[in-house]
Design a protein. Structure first.
Length: 144
């Protein structure tokens, strides 16, 4: 899901930025508390307030991937990178996702070409039959 160009062309007002930052802070706190659905809601509110606020996409991507919603998470992480090519946390989470994949070929197809990393650089560490991913936040079973 990418942000329409018309939205990107408009600069958010100071009030929109402040509102987005408050929702973002609330979302990050929810992640720290382990309430990922609430974090997604808060971060979605941040994105609604300011669709150009890359950190909100990054952390909503973290929340989605932690819940096992890999497609939504990767879409958010990729959007964060498009909005801010220096979004190091988003790159890190995408790289972590790539390096922990084992038999999740669907995710390889999504990620290859969207990240500077390639499959040959990755070191899969998944050894469980269910393709359990090792995440910095929480382990997430692959649903493929």
């Amino acid at each position: 899901m990418s942000v329409p160009m018309a939205v990107l062309a408009q600069s958010p007002t100071e009030a929109q930025v402040a509102e987005a930052q408050q929702f973002y802070q609330d979302g990050v706190e929810e992640i720290e508390d382990g309430d990922y659905p609430e974090a997604i809601e808060e971060l979605t509110n941040a994105i609604t307030a300011d669709p150009t606020y890359a950190p909100a996409y990054t952390y909503r991507g973290v929340a989605h991937t932690t819940l096992g919603n890999e497609d939504e998470g990767l879409a958010d992480l990729n959007q964060a990178i498009q909005l801010d090519p220096n979004a190091t946390v988003a790159y890190f989470i995408v790289a972590l996702f790539i390096t922990t994949l084992s038999s999740c070929s669907k995710h390889w197809q999504i990620l290859i070409g969207q990240s500077p990393l390639t499959q040959s650089m990755a070191q899969p560490i998944c050894t469980e039959e269910s393709c359990k991913l090792s995440w910095a936040i929480a382990p997430v079973p692959c649903k493929i």
